[in-house]
Write a protein that binds this ligand. Structure first.
Ligand code: MSP
Length: 523
């Protein structure tokens, strides 16, 4: 157990549209590690928020006949509501239109300006508004954005530039250094090559300002320019923890939490996070984050899911059908984190009925029912260890190995394997009950053995609830309540809580409704 700080962030989302499964995916994955690290005693700071400036947002506002500020104020609550619905336990929610952010962005540019990293120049090239990205003529694919395939516009402007080209060698050395230390900056490994080869091709200086619209943070030394939205957005990770403030408390917060442990991002925004962002920080004399983890895309029928492709489902419709925990479970269990993953209603129904209704939900209901039926709903005494059978010992050893195995998976953000190892315990407990047949023991009057079997199986349930909690917080809290235990949210040392034998004698177990009622209709 350690109370060391753990700072983790999601990207800040564009407010041109409401949250969808893709943005919810990054957020749920970040939430799962934040929740787990709270259970390992870390001092967690989990930041999410909104990217509210830029041409794309200004355009969306205009299309809706609203001012940009009125538009972002109208959309912002839809994100907060979605995150509440999905049980996202963020500690801070930053909006780039907030004063604390503007102040930090301006402080940052003043520093880079003073230190000679900025210069005025002329920009000519192509711009993709939906991706808010600059492209050269050679990079275009059939005259369109090489990333999203949409139309680009030609820009010719006098802009301010950041001397990104000076950072190529430094970045390569930095990636190597982190790699050699066994704490890679770009994760997973597959993404590293992409970043390194991009930097090796040579970096161009980066235009950091725009003048053809005003919806952004003005450069302090040239207020007719607004900050390029990506550069504005990246700075949220430090402005949210006090960068640019003069208040002692805020500055302490920055000292405590920076550098971030992880920025969670989708693979499409890796260059911004793994090239431009560390270079900006290096220029300002700030240590880059410890790691950027890039996950893959959710694909439906082989295509990236997005609003513009018209194949985006709303999180609300799925939560309504499956419940919030099953929703979270599906995405974390079925899509290996870091890779693209096909998602489908069929697979979701299958996971729900198989893993949740049959395995986990059923284990809980049958045990709680038997505890009531055979033991009057009261947890039995910890069994006499000298009378332990081989079956008892084997379930106990699975439970005792779980904390370390789970930790090693979670350290690599391998949620699917962490869940799989928890499911070994759950499935084993179901088999254990089948083999031990409490109903026969009851019939035959073997009361001592019956109590021992139910105790062991209840203990497996208690421990499984702990390790499913980062992914399915509500169900775990409910299982603990039904076991008559305290608030699972108060666990700050998961390994100590998971020690075998922790279920106290004499607590009252309640049956409750099925945790995951079967879903019958397919798709
Ligand atoms: N505003 C920028 C991020 C700035 S961070 C300093 C942005 N916003 S976004 O709203 O477009 O996307 C945010 C995240 O959602 C990205 O990490 C992106 O990869 C993710 N997803 C959007 N669609 C997705 C899928 N279909 N699948 C998985 N995640 C995808 O980019």
């Amino acid at each position: 157990m350690s109370d060391s700080p753990f700072y983790v962030t999601t990207p800040i989302y564009y407010v041109n549209a409401e949250p969808h499964l893709g943005t919810a995916y990054t957020t749920i994955a970040t939430d799962a590690i934040a929740r787990y690290r709270r259970m390992t005693g870390n001092d967690v700071r989990f930041l999410t928020g909104l990217d509210e400036h830029g041409q794309k947002i200004a355009q969306a506002a205009e299309e809706h006949g609203m001012s940009p500020q009125a538009w972002v104020d109208a959309i912002a609550p839809t994100f907060k509501d979605a995150w509440e619905m999905l049980g996202i336990s963020y500690d801070d929610f930053i909006r780039t239109t907030e004063e604390r952010h503007t102040r930090g962005v301006q402080a940052f540019w003043t520093k880079l300006y003073d230190d000679g990293y900025l210069y005025q120049g002329h920009y000519e090239g192509w711009y993709c508004v939906p991706d808010e990205t600059y492209w050269t003529g050679e990079q275009l694919a059939d005259g369109a954005c090489p990333q999203c395939g949409r139309a680009v516009q030609f820009i010719r402007e006098d802009n301010w530039f950041f001397k990104l080209s000076e950072f190529g060698e430094k970045l390569l050395a930095f990636y190597d250094e982190r790699q050699a230390a066994g704490t890679p900056f770009v994760q997973p490994e597959t993404r590293r090559n992409e970043v390194v080869s991009f930097v090796r091709q040579g970096l161009k200086d980066l235009s950091i300002s725009r003048t053809n619209f005003t919806w952004g943070v003005p450069l302090p030394f040239a207020p007719e320019h607004v900050t390029y939205v990506w550069i504005d957005a990246l700075l949220n990770y430090i402005t949210a923890i006090g960068y640019g403030s003069t208040e002692a408390g805020e500055l302490e917060m920055f000292e405590r939490y920076w550098p971030a442990d992880y920025h969670f991002v989708g693979k499409d925004i890796i260059r911004f996070h793994c090239v431009i962002w560390p270079a900006m920080l290096m220029a300002a004399g700030i240590e880059p984050p410890k790691a950027v983890f890039a996950h893959g895309f959710l694909l439906t029928k082989g295509e990236k899911m997005s609003k513009s492709r018209g194949n985006a489902q709303t999180p609300a419709s799925l939560v309504e059908r499956f419940g919030v925990d099953a929703y979270r479970y599906y995405f974390l269990r079925d899509v290996p984190f870091g890779m693209d993953g096909s998602i489908s209603m069929e697979a979701m129904v299958q996971r729900y009925n198989g893993d949740l209704a049959n395995d986990w939900g059923n284990l809980c209901s049958r045990l709680f029912n038997m505890t009531e039926k055979y033991l009057g709903g009261i947890t039995p005494a910890v069994p006499d260890v000298t009378r332990q059978t081989a079956e008892d010992a084997s379930m106990r050893s699975i439970a005792e190995n779980l904390p370390a195995t789970y930790e090693s998976h979670m350290t690599r953000l391998d949620y699917a394997s962490a869940l799989e190892s928890t499911w070994e315990l759950i499935k084993h407990a179901n088999r254990y009950i089948e083999n031990a047949a409490p109903w026969t023991l009851a019939k035959e009057g073997e009361t001592e053995r019956l109590a021992a079997v139910l105790h062991n199986a209840l203990e497996a349930v208690r421990i499984a609830a702990l390790f499913t909690a980062p992914m399915m917080p509500y169900t775990s809290a409910e299982v603990w309540r039904r076991l008559g235990l305290g608030d699972i949210a108060e666990v700050t040392d998961i390994s100590a809580s998971a020690v075998w034998g922790g279920l106290p004698e004499g607590s009252t177990v309640s049956k409750g409704e099925p945790l995951f009622p079967r879903i019958y209709e397919e798709a």
